[in-house]
Design a protein around this ligand. Structure first.
Ligand code: PSU
Ligand code: MN
Length: 305
């Protein structure tokens, strides 16, 4: 394993001492936001994690090494290269490792690598899910399987309505993944604080969430808890507006026949363009909000352990 896994000195030290560490993904940098906002956001995210008492560990595959705690230069490199970096999910890891290539890790791949390193909390913007029309396309993100299998708990802002939120909740239920709403009963829908669906449990403090995670680990359950943290009110978008933007983007993707791993980045880019960057600003702010909560949960969890 040590030939494959590279952990930065800072993260290694924190893990050894049982200090709180928060894993961060890299597909959001390369495929989720345009340059240079993506790099700026990724660096701010690391700072926010630190300001809230935890050590950030941004994860990517660098020259075939599963790297936990990539450097500022590497963040800049992935951000500049953008869509030319390989978007790496579970299936891609062994090939990229064997070929010594770079990969920006999705939620699924980041969970796998965080788990190898022994990190339990991971914060991001949105997860992949069951796509609209999955009854015929079978497009279901590998993120959901990973949440069912790997014990790295993910803080997100719910799921975007580029996905079928109802089917995504059903799938998570089948996999035994509890969806916890932070200070909310409604499943947040990324740009909006509410959706037509409810979370499984509402929790109002990071400590309550950390206790649930500890119980899961003590019971030796596999799989994750998904913590859904609504976007701060002041940055949330109008539901009717964003729904119609998403509707148009999904239709265009269908017309163009975009499929597989390309569809999520395509939709994210379209939405950002149609809303002239307003959705990008919302996206950035909700990520900041999530990494703050992630750091707080990690801090509580390290106290309990
Ligand atoms: N949703 C977002 N922003 C993102 C992603 C999803 O709002 O950046 C990225 C994440 O890395 C997620 C991946 O893990 O897309 C899911 O891709 P797919 O649907 O192909 O599994
Ligand atoms: Mn997919």
């Amino acid at each position: 394993m040590k030939d494959y896994l590279v952990i930065s000195e800072e993260v290694k030290k924190a893990l050894k001492k049982g200090k709180p560490v928060v894993a961060l993904e890299s597909t959001i940098i390369s495929h989720g936001m345009p340059y240079p906002k993506n790099v700026e956001t990724a660096l701010n995210v690391e700072k926010i994690v630190r300001d809230n008492g935890a050590i950030p560990a941004t994860i990517a595959i660098i020259k075939g090494k599963l790297t936990v705690g990539i450097s500022e230069e590497e963040i800049d490199y992935l951000g500049k290269k953008g869509l030319d970096v390989i978007k790496a999910s579970r299936r891609d890891i062994p090939v990229l490792v064997s070929r010594g290539e770079d990969g920006a890790t999705t939620v699924a791949a980041t969970m796998i690598i965080a788990n190898l390193a022994g990190i339990k909390i991971f914060a991001t913007g949105g997860i992949g899910g069951v796509h609209r029309g999955a009854e015929t396309t079978m497009d279901i993100s590998a993120d959901l399987e990973e949440l069912g299998n790997t014990g790295v708990n993910v803080v997100c802002a719910g799921a975007k309505s580029i996905l079928d939120l109802g089917l995504t909740m059903e799938y998570l239920e089948t996999k035994g993944v509890p969806v916890i709403g932070y200070k909310t009963d409604s499943l947040p829908a990324f740009y909006t604080r509410e959706s037509d669906f409810n979370v499984n449990y509402r929790m109002d403090t990071p400590l309550e969430i950390a206790k649930a995670i500890k119980a899961k680990d003590d019971l030796k359950y596999k799989g994750a808890m998904l913590i859904a943290n609504p976007i701060p009110e002041e940055y949330s978008m109008d539901r009717a507006e964003i729904d119609s933007v998403i509707e148009n983007a999904v239709m265009e993707a269908e017309e163009k026949g975009i499929k597989g791993k390309d569809i999520t980045p395509f939709l994210l880019d379209k939405i950002q363009k149609i809303t002239e960057g307003r959705s990008l600003e919302a996206n950035i702010q909700l990520v900041y909000n999530n990494v703050k909560l992630g750091a707080q949960i990690a801090a509580e969890l390290s106290e309990l352990e």
